[in-house]
Design a protein around this ligand. Structure first.
Ligand SMILES: Nc1ncnc2c1ncn2[C@@H]1O[C@H](COP(=O)(O)OP(=O)(O)OP(=O)(O)O)[C@@H](O)[C@H]1O
Ligand SMILES: [Mg+2]
Length: 242
């Protein structure tokens, strides 16, 4: 892969789900070394786009390339981690065993597993059964399972939903540390107050991008002082334009 090429390249992607076209000719590229936010209302297609990037979504047309390989291809398996919207962990295993299991799959140690558990603030629950955790704790355990393999590309579907402000702050700091270390971090959210934490924003609405900008530039170009208003402003402009 040439040195400056983006980690993820999406070109003219069209996806149909259940007879409905949910991504309509979407193109974008996502670089390493930054936290890219994928924002948009419920049903706008965020999860569908993420599934296309990790290769679990059947696509109708277009291409998705990750680290120079077709999305979902074998060489990418250990290089790309996906944290789904619903936590995907084994309920009958402890937090420690869940994360150690994923660590073993990618040749990491038990110490690495404990470091990932610490990073998501789950140290005090390491021995608890995953099935007995609260929703936010399950999400954090799922995140630790992804982080422990130190993948080059992290695709995180609404990882901070339902978490308290302190944990959210810590996780966002962690995402930025990963980006600073050269990783590619794509995070979705439908909460606009999280958008300000991203280096760059992709705003999705009804299967189309309506903005691709930094939070500061988006506020400036829409003449608003917060991103929720900026998003509404863009939607109204689009509606006016028909
Ligand atoms: N398995 C499916 N069969 C049919 N339609 C689906 C299926 N999964 C998703 N859809 C539809 O595709 C569209 C996009 O869904 P998607 O899950 O990508 O949205 P989202 O932006 O992630 O929403 P949310 O913020 O609620 O998670 C929605 O209209 C949804 O109803
Ligand atoms: Mg979703």
């Amino acid at each position: 892969m040439p040195p400056d090429s983006p980690t993820v390249s999406v070109e003219h992607l069209v996806v149909e789900r259940g007879h409905r076209t949910v991504l309509l000719d979407v193109s974008t590229s996502i670089p390493a070394g930054a936290v890219t936010g994928l924002l948009g209302p419920s049903g706008s297609g965020k999860t569908t786009l993420m599934r296309s990037i990790v290769g679990t979504q059947k696509v109708k047309s277009g291409t998705v390339t990750v680290l120079g390989e077709p999305a979902g291809s074998k060489p990418l398996r250990r290089r790309v981690a996906y944290v789904t919207q619903d936590a995907s962990i084994y309920p009958d295993l402890s937090v420690k065993s869940n994360v150690s299991y994923f660590a073993a799959l990618c040749g990491r140690s038990k110490e690495d597993a404990m470091a990932a558990i610490d990073a998501v603030g789950m140290h005090d629950h390491a021995n608890q059964l995953a099935g007995n955790l609260s929703g936010g704790q399950k999400t954090r355990t799922s995140l630790a399972c992804a982080l422990v393999c130190e993948p080059e590309v992290l695709v995180l579907d609404e990882p901070t939903v339902g978490l308290d402000p302190v944990i959210r702050e810590e996780l966002w700091n962690h995402f930025h540390d990963l980006a600073a270390a050269g990783k590619t971090v794509l995070v979705s959210s439908h909460v606009m107050d999280e958008a300000d934490r991203c280096d760059r924003l992709l705003l999705l609405r009804e299967g189309r991008f309506i903005a691709d900008d930094t939070p500061g530039d988006l506020r400036a170009s829409t003449g608003t002082d917060n991103l929720e208003s900026a998003f509404l402003h863009l939607i109204r402009e689009l509606e006016k334009a028909g």
